[in-house]
Design a protein around this ligand. Sequence first.
Ligand SMILES: [Fe+2]
Ligand SMILES: [Fe+2]
Length: 235
Amino acid sequence: MTTTIDEIADGIYRIFTPVTIAGAGGFSFNQYLIADDEPLLFHIGLRSLFPQIRDAVARVVPVDRLRWLAFSHFEADECGALNQFLAAAPAAEPLCGRVAAMVSIADYADRPPRALDDNEIVALGRHRVRWLDTPHLPHAWECGFLMESATQTLLCGDLFTQGGSDHPAIVESDILGPSEAFRRQLDYFAHARNTRGMIERLAALRPATLACMHGSAWRGDGAALLRALADSVEG
Ligand SMILES: [Fe+2]
Ligand SMILES: [Fe+2]
């Protein structure tokens, strides 16, 4: 269970930990570090992985310089280590959507969150992230994503989740086939009404890199891949 860190877009680093889950086989967890004037970590990681994720961050940015601890939704792999990172990074604040702040983070986190409106932008330096509310896509009422505009990177969380534990940092090969095979096994998408509309909104941002939380990051025509996902989910 060795954690590695690789740059997948200009100033954006994927922190990767392969794991074996008893009874389910290989899997992997990613966090993404945006190294800038106000460093941001998207996904905080499991509580049990805190020491190795912290050490990986420290290879690029001193941990006590972290400014934003951001995540898509409230699950252990997304933000289990939030309070450990808040203790290690005195200037850091949780960064999430209004629903996550109201439902969970205002109580759970040891410091209050900055709660973002849909479409709200946070400038990190040369990178800028926009929060996008995506309730129930792929799951959780509070779910949302961040779009980074300098690199056109969509921090797409659990979308395109790939099973297994052997994943290069970034690929240009097909990830939709593997992620759809995984979805058919585990049905981790909510069966929400407006799935296509929300995916289309992400596609219209024309991401060039998809920073997936489980598996490899991906480079290519993100709009086309997102539309193919919508077809597959609704097909
Ligand atoms: Fe999730
Ligand atoms: Fe996840």
